[in-house]
Design a protein around this ligand. Sequence first.
Ligand code: FAD
Length: 519
Amino acid sequence: MPKELLIQVAPEIAANDFLLKDHVAKMIRTSVSEVQHISILKRSIDARQKAIKINLKLMIFFQGESFTEQKIELPNYPNVANQQEVIVIGAGPAGLFAALQLIEVGLKPIVIERGKEVRGRRRDLKAINVDHIVNEDSNYCFGEGGAGTYSDGKLYTRSKKRGDVDRILELLVGFGASPDILIEAHPHIGTNKLPQIIQDIREKIIECGGQVLFETRVTDFVIKNNEIQGIVTQKGETISANKVILATGHSARDIFELLDRKKILIEAKPFALGVRAEHPQELIDSIQYSCDFRGDYLPPAPYSIVKQVNGRGMYSFCMCPGGVIAPCATSPGEVVTNGWSPSKRDQATANSGIVVELKLEDFKPFAKFGPLAGMEFQKSIEQKAWHLAGETQKVPAQRMIDFTQNKISSSIPKTSYVPGTTSVEMGQVFPGFLTQIMREGFLQFGKSMKGYLTNEAILHAPESRTSSPVRIPRDAQTLEHLQIKGLYPCGEGAGFAGGIVSAAIDGEKCALKIKESLG
Ligand code: FAD
């Protein structure tokens, strides 16, 4: 019988099949030749002690036992060219996985995306990085694959529904992601690998008779008697369908404004806001692994930290080991930061959003905007940062200790943020209460993570698109909008997901509810 085994080994043993086999054989008191094959089922790093260990869950197969490597197959997607049409607005993870699920249950998705196909997006990313030009339809947030395409591709989620998470990971493997994402405790894909996966998903949708329309922005909804009938595009074209999945992400401010204008119920939603901190990766490695050098067998270290300051959570968000800070504005006249990493996470610096949770009462100065108050609060900070840094895509920056001491930095070294930085006292960017929490919070971070609080760390502002500032409410059972029949608010922009995997899960859920409603 194959034997399941949980072990802790040194990193160099976990990284070498021969050493691992030898170690396992000794552990279970058998000869190496008796061990035919070892499958790794789960892998995580235990860095709590000075001698770092790798936790492995293994399945040992002995001589004479048959084993087959798990092969991930895509579902048998039918041709849906002549089936009932469902409009999916947005080709982010929520929209794309909704489209795949619709096909699986025999419905035809028409995916409508304001941005360009994944490769065409690259030119616009270059323009924002190098020429400071923001294309309002094609940027780090908008375009095929959505906000997650040019990201670190972290695939962990707080979702407790393991089955739902595993299904998304298996689909990603089916579309070309490394099978390692099925065994790693903290899987990620990387910016260099995601575009091909996204392209393959699109090609599958089209091959099955679905449609994908790029450079097509939805500008209006056709609604009669509180039932959706279709959408209108910026080209003036109407596309009809009585089922519409709205998966436009947290940055589609024009969609929030449209819903508000049309008196379709939306609500202000708290989110989190702060800065993006960048440290040398070697420094983070030495803190996390308690060592001078990481060595060959450990990956660039991530970190995760949370503190309560003045009754609010201040925490690391979307941490990218060996990554780059990206300009994520979606309109001219604003700056926004976020981060990405290549699959090897081999860049010299580690960056992370460090954000403070906001409360609805913080949006009071913007109360006249009703449900858009949080969005206007967010916008005002992004615009102020743009102005303070010189009205390009440069961002305000400050050394970490200087920030805690309210001292403008006399110099800012070159950071991974390509458009550049301007030395600004961060207190000017944020409302006083936020500055105060962040100053105190960084001091506390420095106490928990010795070496973290350093002037080698550079803060970039703002990190403001952490989640949607608006919720588009839906019925908990049918997932339809509370007022508009046939409209399915979906994914991160509607307030029902946070991250690639949970957005994909929500897309699938909406597609299944549509199928259910059709009987
Ligand atoms: P989105 O991905 O935002 O997709 C919405 C889509 O709708 C976009 O493609 C947009 O162009 C389109 N759209 C908007 N308005 C319209 C309109 N009017 N008409 C037609 N189309 C429209 N998450 C992780 O889990 N791991 C990470 O490592 C990670 N890193 C990130 C790095 C960066 C740089 C960024 C920006 C985000 C990152 N995220 C990460 C967050 C993650 O990308 C989002 O949580 C996720 O993409 C949300 O999926 P979604 O489908 O709900 O929305």
